[in-house]
Design a protein. Structure first.
Length: 264
């Protein structure tokens, strides 16, 4: 999984540029969702959000196949491209600022730091490398799986919600209010302190009373992680042998939360 984590971390850093564009040109939302991202497995692009200019709608995207930022309009026309290969983050940002003027996008705060912190990556001041096709293929595989699983879970509980990538933690995920007592978060997380490998997670949130993680039995797939800062179930991606593996994890974990919410 070293190749996946390698590109995951570098795409996390690169995606802050899209989050900054969202922050600069989209009206602020209380939940910070105006800054988040999407992933389109059809075009292999990381997506920002639609930005309304005086003449058209635009979105800043990152094309994984070409390894370049693209400003596109809602006719899917590419208006501006900027390669990331062997460039510094600050260099890419300056090019975007310069070229964005031609698109009627002007914001002097574009390159300002975001209001959250991401890991202090050792490579943050290095040029962005050119990714191999194998690295891109593996990243696309797991992020597509995360998209699909999230949409399947939304359908399972019968609630509409966006599947997005949050630029702070760079997880592909959802948060849904299932009923008056329960909220559930689900998604694919980066490798972090909870696991030394990327993992799927599911966490429950009591909306009236705090959920009590009691009488837990280890799920047949994955494990419970009950700590001071996060509580929930997680499934390392190296344990996923088929779609059924992930479905069973989702069914078992959500079943516990649903049962707990009925008695809380």
């Amino acid at each position: 999984m070293s190749d996946y984590t390698y590109i995951d971390q570098r795409l996390h850093l690169l995606s802050q540029i899209i989050a900054k564009a969202n922050r600069s040109f989209i009206p602020k939302r209380d939940d910070d969702s105006h800054t988040n991202l999407g992933f389109d497995p059809i075009s292999n692009r990381i997506l920002g959000r639609w930005i309304q200019t005086s003449s058209e709608r635009l979105m800043l995207t990152y094309n994984l196949n070409l390894q370049e930022f693209q400003w596109i309009n809602d006719h899917q026309e590419i208006k501006v491209t900027i390669s990331s290969k062997n460039k510094f983050i600050t260099q890419i940002e300056m090019e975007l600022i310069r070229l964005s003027d031609s698109l009627s996008l002007e914001n002097s705060d574009f390159s300002a730091p975001m209001h959250y912190e991401i890991p202090d990556y050792s490579f943050k001041n290095d040029p962005i490398p050119e990714f191999s096709s194998g690295q891109i293929k593996e990243w696309v595989h797991y992020r597509t799986l995360a998209n699909t699983a999230s949409f399947e879970f939304i359908q399972h509980v019968g609630i509409h919600e966006e599947v997005r990538i949050w630029p702070h933690h760079f997880d592909t995920g959802i948060y849904i209010v299932v009923n008056k007592q329960l909220g559930i978060g689900f998604g694919l997380a980066m490798e972090d302190g909870l696991a030394n490998i990327p993992y799927f997670y599911m966490s429950g949130y009591g909306l009236k009373n705090e959920l009590e993680y009691q009488n837990l039995s280890e799920p047949g797939i994955g494990r419970w992680e009950i700590g001071p800062h996060w509580k929930g179930a997680l499934l390392p991606i190296d344990q996923i042998k088929s779609d059924q593996t992930l479905h069973q994890f989702m069914k078992d974990a959500s079943g516990y939360f649903l049962e707990t919410s009925r008695t809380s």
